[in-house]
Design a protein around this ligand. Structure first.
Ligand SMILES: Nc1nc2c(c(=O)[nH]1)N[C@H]1C(S)=C(S)[C@@H](COP(=O)(O)OP(=O)(O)OC[C@H]3O[C@@H](n4cnc5c(=O)[nH]c(N)nc54)[C@H](O)[C@@H]3O)O[C@H]1N2
Ligand SMILES: Nc1nc2c(c(=O)[nH]1)N[C@H]1C(S)=C(S)[C@@H](COP(=O)(O)OP(=O)(O)OC[C@H]3O[C@@H](n4cnc5c(=O)[nH]c(N)nc54)[C@H](O)[C@@H]3O)O[C@H]1N2
Ligand code: SF4
Ligand SMILES: [Mo]
Length: 686
């Protein structure tokens, strides 16, 4: 057995990072080996509960296929093992050579979901800037940042977890939390026991829709029209939060004028929803004001007008009076920790970040380069070439749209380095694959903005020769000559202490309280005493900032791609990415007990469609879109589980069953650059 735990036996309290919920866990250790993982009762996020993926961290940590030694691609295209010292020295030399030849800006770092959206992401951001490249890329180009941008523009903050517990009406727009955000369900169920109403907006029947008082099943991509229809109804009822609107908002008159066109009849025509259901939804919201929560899922981002759809839903929340309210959408206060990024110190103003000219809002608000544009730049279509890339914690060749284009781009790089636990499709293309530490082998801060809570995860396991993220970037920085200046901390523990210094929360306090501490009590209605963090300081129904950049100021509704590109060739509509409880994107399919539950990729379809196409359960079906095709098994749903003509494929399968062979990278949200991963026109053939 490789690797040993940091104690001989006992329990180590820490944080699960098998997904971004970051539940508190207790890791039992026996004879220097992890024996099992249980939930931590005192942790506010999960109160002791775990999903099946949590305990499976043991299976991953000791997986027989886990990478333990660096690999280098040889002339024949296969890999040889090399020492860590050799690998790091060669990678540093080759990065220096690429920088000499094409400039530092031709080097990029790409960060995936497995490392989270906070501390681990800051190391590559810091590294590329210290090196002189503005090109930090990540999974954020297709996850959550459209929501973040939309809410930032409208109200100055995005709360990843609104106040379900105290809500009287909860509306889930294109989200399925029992599978995707299981920690939401405790508070949701508590609110339900006190009588809160639950509305689910999803064209498909899901675990959450089956619990709902009202399930609306719109035509995919038409949620924006529904949001405007609900706004119109609320405005005309006169029951919207007039005090909030008059004192704390801008653009209301314009929004109210635009909303007038969205009559129930018209919205019914646009969304395919029966008028009485829209009316009922409006009534449930109106009867619970201001304690309403609108939670937007990822599927609304994976559309070509995602930012404006989410802005419209945020506007609905403002009218409802949910802004910074108990039972609404609280405005989290920051911990005030230090930042590891160098955007102030080294803004690199002369170097154009890839994609920033196309998606200036993404860059200005999130300091992020768009990955689809970066793939283009790798293929020679950028403002300048991208020639070297370090990927960590992601599997973009599997999870990004138009995967064959991503693979082609990665294969053509002068240097590709991938830090991984397993030899994935992305890693297989690399010049060097470095074994990476799992979350059980690092120590980092975890912020839970909605509870204003911070906790510390700790190192449980140590594997010789396997570097954690900080040590990797630090080692490379020292070899390239800027380590002493920008990566001076010896260990991640020292980084943690430095980050916390200005906050009033000490590392010792977090060590003594493994469940974490609340850094500030949650207070509401702060906008009464200080401006919202928008350009005007007010809630923005309409955005002058966007207008200056050439976008419409209002979050206008736009008909989705599939409705204005109807084609007889691609008569079906594909939703991709509905989550499975046991898998996370391309992860955990190598855990046998999970694999038995979902052994292979499937296309889920309506029984009437299957009958019309002559497809029987389990038969192989070719699904094709404008850009590619894939073959997988048919799963015929029960009647009413999906809309006729609508099929679903979960992403994350390697090879032939990968739905991202069909998804579009060329059709993107004009503000955020997010790709069209859902609502894709397709054809099905037996
Ligand atoms: N088990 C598990 N949990 C996960 C993940 C995982 O892979 N596995 N991934 C994690 C990550 S990174 C993310 S981003 C979250 C995502 O989690 P969620 O945001 O909850 O997304 P999904 O679970 O995919 O549910 C999306 C739902 O939207 C519906 N939908 C599709 N198109 C439309 C549309 O146009 N309108 C509406 N109203 N609905 C639509 C789909 O039918 C689907 O049921 O999950 C996280 N949690
Ligand atoms: N068609 C379609 N595609 C989608 C989506 C969809 O809904 N539909 N959803 C999108 C969304 S929301 C997201 S977030 C992305 C996710 O896309 P990615 O960021 O590519 O995430 P994963 O596929 O989970 O890849 C994570 C990789 O990191 C490795 N890993 C695990 N732990 C560690 C670690 O501690 N360190 C390092 N270095 N590596 C580790 C895992 O082995 C795995 O190969 O997928 C997107 N792709
Ligand atoms: S929901 Fe599951 S995988 Fe995610 S942090 Fe909690 S236990 Fe871990
Ligand atoms: Mo995501």
């Amino acid at each position: 057995m490789y690797g040993q735990t940091v104690i001989d036996s006992g329990t180590i309290p820490t944080v699960c990072r098998q997904c971004d919920m970051r539940c508190g866990i207790e890791v039992s250790v026996k004879d220097r080996r992890i024996a099992h993982i249980a939930g931590m009762k005192a942790h506010p996020q999960n109160g002791g509960r775990l999903c099946p993926k949590g305990p499976a961290a043991v299976d991953t940590a000791y997986h027989p296929e886990r990478l333990l030694r660096p690999l280098k691609k040889n002339g024949g295209g296969s890999f040889d093992e090399i020492s860590l010292e050799e690998a790091m020295a060669e990678i540093a030399d080759r990065l220096a050579a690429v920088a000499d030849k094409h400039g530092a800006r031709s080097i990029a770092a790409w960060h995936g979901e497995a490392l989270g959206f906070a501390q681990q992401e800051m190391y590559p951001r810091r590294f590329v800037h210290a090196l002189g490249s503005p090109n930090f890329l990540s999974v954020n180009s297709l996850c959550y940042v459209s929501r973040y941008i939309a809410y930032r523009l409208v109200q100055g903050y995005w709360n990843p977890c609104p106040d379900f517990r105290n809500a009287r009406c909860i509306v889930f727009w294109g989200a399925n939390p029992p599978l995707s955000h299981v920690t939401f369900m405790g508070p949701v169920e508590e609110a339900r026991r006190r009588g809160a109403r639950l509305v689910v907006i999803d064209p498909r029947s899901t675990e959450i829709s089956r619990k709902a008082d009202l399930h609306l099943r719109p035509v995919p991509g038409t949620d924006g029209a529904l949001a405007w229809g609900l706004m119109r109804r609320l405005i005309e009822s006169g029951r919207y939060d007039r005090e909030f609107v008059s004192r704390y908002s801008v653009g209301f008159e314009d929004a109210a004028a635009y909303a007038r066109a969205f009559t129930i009849e018209k919205v019914s025509g646009m969304t395919g929803l029966p008028a009485d259901q829209i009316e009922e939804c409006g009534r449930l919201i109106n009867d619970s004001l201001p304690q309403t929560v609108n939670y937007v899922g990822v599927s609304l981002e994976h559309q070509e007008n995602g930012v404006n759809t989410v802005r419209a839903i945020a506007c609905l929340g403002g009218l409802a009076g949910a802004v910074d309210r108990l039972g609404g959408d609280p405005w989290p206060e920051p911990l005030g920790e230090r930042s590891l990024t160098l955007y102030d110190e080294l803004p690199l103003l002369d170097e154009q970040p890839i994609g920033a000219a196309d998606y200036p809002v993404l860059y200005e608000l999130y300091k992020e380069c768009n990955t689809m544009k970066a793939v283009g730049a790798m293929l020679g279509g950028g403002p300048y070439p991208l020639r070297a890339l370090v990927v960590s914690g992601g599997n973009p060749v599997n999870t990004n749209p138009n995967t064959s284009r991503v693979a082609e781009a990665f294969a053509g790089l002068e240097l590709l380095v991938v830090r991984e636990l397993f030899l994935t499709e992305t890693a297989a293309l690399a010049d060097y694959v470095l074994p990476a530490a799992s979350f059980l082998e690092r120590s980092e801060l975890h912020l839970y903005a909605h509870y204003q809570w911070v906790s510390l995860s700790r190192r449980v396991l140590q594997i010789p020769g396997v570097l954690d993220e900080y040590s990797f970037w630090r080692d490379l920085a020292h070899r390239l000559g800027f380590g002493a200046r920008y990566f001076a901390w010896q260990t991640e523990e020292q980084v943690n202490r430095w980050l916390l210094e200005p906050t009033g929360v000490s590392l010792e306090a977090l060590e003594q309280h493994p469940e974490g501490v609340q850094y500030k009590p949650v207070r509401h209605e702060k906008h009464r005493n200080r401006p919202l963090a928008t350009p005007s300081g007010k809630f923005e129904f309409s955005s002058q900032y966007l207008k200056t950049l050439g976008y419409p100021a209002l979050p206008v509704y736009q008909e989705p791609y599939h409705l204005h590109n109807r084609s007889a060739e691609f008569p079906y509509l594909l939703i991709s990415g509905a989550r499975k409880r046991e898998y996370l994107h391309s992860r955990y399919r190598n855990i046998p007990r999970f694999r038995r539950l979902h052994p292979h990729p499937e296309v889920e379809l309506d029984p009437a469609d299957a009958a019309a196409l002559g497809i029987r359960a389990g038969e192989r079906v070719r699904v094709s879109s404008e850009i590619g095709s894939t073959v997988l098994a048919a799963r015929i749903l029960e009647a009413e589980q999906t809309l006729p003509g609508l099929v679903q494929i979960t992403h994350g399968w390697e090879g032939d069953g990968n739905v991202n062979r069909l998804t579009f990278d060329g059709i993107t949200d004009p503000i955020s650059g997010f790709p069209l991963l859902t609502s894709v026109p397709v054809r099905l053939q037996r």
